[in-house]
Structures are given as C-alpha cells and as structure tokens.
Design a protein around this ligand. Sequence first.
Ligand code: FAD
Length: 474
Amino acid sequence: MQRERNPMDTSPAALDVLVVGAGISGLSTAFGLTRRGLSVEVLDSGARPGGVIGTIEHEGALYETGPNSALDTTPRIGELIEAAGVAAERLPASQVADTRFVVKGGRPVALPMSPGAFLATPLFSPLAKARLALEPFIRRQPADEEETIAHFVRRRLGREFLDYAIEPFVAGIYAGDPERLSVPAAFPKLHALEQRYGSLIVGAILGARERRKRAETAKNTAKSFSFRGGMQTLTDALARAVGRVTLEARVVSVSRLSDGSFVVVFDKDGETLTRHARAVVLAVPAGEAARLAYPLVPEATLALQEIEYPAVLSVATAYRREDVTHPLDGFGFLAPRVEHRAVLGTLFSSSMFPGRAPDGQVLLTSFLGGRRNPELALAGDEAIVAKVEAEHRSLLGVRAPALWNAVTRWPRAIPQYGPGHLGRIAKLAQAEQDIPGLKFCANYRGGVSVGDCIANAHATAESLGAWLEVPVTA
Ligand SMILES: Cc1cc2nc3c(=O)[nH]c(=O)nc-3n(C[C@H](O)[C@H](O)[C@H](O)COP(=O)(O)OP(=O)(O)OC[C@H]3O[C@@H](n4cnc5c(N)ncnc54)[C@H](O)[C@@H]3O)c2cc1C
C-alpha cells in the first residue's frame, strides 16, 4: 500500500512510531519498540529527558526532584534495567529503610512490621486492634458499587486505620485525599482482595501464594531501589539507547491521514516542524493528551480532561549530622492529616542510599501541598523552607538551621484516580480501538508508580509492536 505523504513533512523518512513525552512511560515504550527493530523518535518539550524523574548534584549532595526510589514489584523493572545496561548502577535501599515512621502525638512512631510489634504499637488503640478480628466477617461491597478508599477502610478496618495508616500513605503516594480516590481505580489489588476472598486479611495470606507463582511482589513487601547516580540514571540510559530523543520540542498537534498514518506537528527553536509516523504514543499528562487527541477522539479526551492533578512541592534539605537528634534510622516519616503538620512527609534520603550527602551531613527530602494543603503551592520558597525546617526541629530534634534547601515545584504533580476513573480509561481503550496506531500511555493509567509506568509501557510496546509488524496488505 502506498502511503500518502504530507507535503509539510520535514522528516527524512516516515517513522514507525512517534512517542510524545520522554518521561519514564514514553522512554520505556520507545525503548521496547526500538528493541523490536522499529524506527522510533521521542519528542519532549523539556530540556532533558526523564519527565518528573530528575537528579541534581548540589554542594556535594545528590538529591531527587521527583521520585526518590522505586519499588521492585514486577520482573519487568529488572528486565528493563538490565536491557538498558545500568544493572551495575542499581542500589538497593539500605536495610534501615524497612522501618517507616508515622507521626502520632507530635512524634514519629515506627510502623509495626510483625504481629508482635502490631500488638505493642502505640499507633492504634487496643479497641482498633481488636476490631481487626472482625474484618474477615464484614460483608463485601457489591462489585459494581464504586467506593472511595476512605469509605472502604472505615468499613473494613475502622477509623483509626484510615487516620494513621491509609490516609498518610495515600498522601505519600498520590498526594491525594482518600475521600476522593476510587478503590477499584487507585487500589485495584485491595479491591480484588475483597471481591475475591471477602476479606483483606484472608486475601493477603492466600494472595501471597499466587503472587509468588507469578513472580510478583506486593507493594508492602517489595524492595525499594535507586541508582548510584540517582533515579535519572535509568531515564538517561533509556534515552541514550533510544537514540532519537528530540528535546525542547513541544508537540502542538496530531492528525491522521486517509491511509491511517499520523502527522505530528511540533515547535522547536522557533520553527514549526512535522514528523510522519505509522503510530503515535501519547506519553504526556492527561490534559496535554486531551489537547493533542481532541481532533481524533473528542469523547475520550473529555474524559481525560476530568483527571485532576494537585500541586506538590519537593524540598531537599541538608543538615550537619550532629545537628539532628533523631537517628534517622528509617525510610522517613509520613504525617497524617489529623496531626495537622505542614509537610505530607519527609524521606531520610541519605539513610536510604549511600552517596546522597557528603560525610558528616544528612539529606532529607520533604513533600508539601497535594490535595491536603493546595494553598501551599502559592507560597514563596522562603515560607516553604521555613515550614519544612520548623517541622524538622519539632519532629526530628534538629538543633541548627539547614546548610541549604532546594525547592522543586510540580504545579500538576500526580493524577488522581477519582470516582469514575475506570470509566474514563475505558473510553481511552475504546478510542485506541477506533484509531489503530494511537496509544495513550502515562501515569494516569494503570498506576502512578515508576514500576507501574514501566509495566504499562512494556504492555504498550508489546501490543503496538505486534500490530506494526503485521504486514501491510494492499
Ligand atoms: C514529586 C513526585 C514524587 C514521586 N515519588 C515517587 C516515588 O518515590 N516512587 C515512585 O514509584 N513514583 C513516584 N512518583 C510518581 C512517578 O514518578 C510518576 O508517576 C512517573 O515518573 C510519571 O512518568 P510519566 O512518563 O508517565 O510522566 P512524566 O514524567 O510527567 O512525563 C511526561 C513528559 O511529557 C512531556 N510533555 C508534556 N507535554 C508535552 C508536549 N506537548 N510535547 C512534548 N512533550 C510534552 C513532559 O515534558 C514530560 O517529560 C512521584 C511523582 C512526583 C511528581
């Protein structure tokens, strides 16, 4: 079949796939397609690849502007790291990082990791602990009734578990509000446990056996990792392996020719350029994907526009070790809403991985804003840093001002999988059926974690690769 060529197409030759967005989703998809021998180019509006993944060296320290680590939940992650040639750079989180703290009564309390520690922990009252025994007897919610995570946890585990276990974790993962996140969309495994086993406790025990068979690891037991040079090591390696990654290239439109191929128009260095490709992957945030796909699939893009992204601020802070009283012997602390702290949580970054702070110093990374405190996104850096240091003085016994702070702002940080989310994603899947060769692959679909993005990118590359390799018949 002879393909029609757009007269504006300035690319030397048509590509198999044009990927829009060089975050972990776009780069992993492009990498998978490149390895199948397909010709691929990635366009990104940013000045470096990686999207929200970014590592910065500052005053002898190494801090992350986005994710500080990833969880090793699926074999896809290890496969990708190996294939990208950075397995030797990978660093497991230190053992102390197995301890996670939750703030209660103005101090960090270690989350219990064993039945004995659970019985002894001051995090939950004796009544809340006793109520857990009832969990297996609570009836399951009808499968077609969508519940928020807050409603789900209050119903199955009780209020205290919502306040001191689930709400802070939801703030830590989604920067979200459990009253506004859907269980089947945001926590599909939790939803499946209830539906399948009628109980989270019974399901956790039986489900572990099945995961072992699939070589998967639950998020609560999976190990965290990063790289010697930080998280950006992976995205940099992927970009190098893909080769054709064009930066500072803002895609402004995607259209489809009568032969089913695509024309992508982008701005770069004041010029308007085009590319011609057999398939297009939109690996950009939902609002951008909606804008670009609107002429092709208007109904699905209305669904995309409904996905909200709260703002998050990430603050790296260095102290002299001797100025911090707390041993920092853990992953970090999360601060529940009911404790009324300014931060959502603080990671003990230099306790998790070596090389994060110079000798004699510690590096902490704090997160603020989210659904809980959206007004903080408007505060200036000085006010933000003052709040962070005040929390560290109060919760970690810091006795002197920080050596330095670095604030990173994410005005639209993390997509919220709210009620109705699965219906929205079903519309996207339908759009992909209607327009073969068009794919949506980013963190608003299939999970927000780095590992989820990698697994979803793998699936996208597999299905698109299989479709593209189908010989074109006249
Ligand atoms: C502060 C923060 C902390 C996090 N912490 C963790 C963590 O500890 N562990 C974990 O697993 N996950 C964490 N996450 C989540 C995880 O990092 C993200 O969900 C994931 O990296 C998103 O990848 P992505 O490729 O889907 O999107 P993005 O990284 O957002 O990439 C999208 C890309 O599209 C580009 N783009 C947008 N519009 C256009 C356009 N018109 N033309 C061209 N390019 C365009 C952007 O420049 C960007 O590079 C965190 C997220 C944030 C924000």
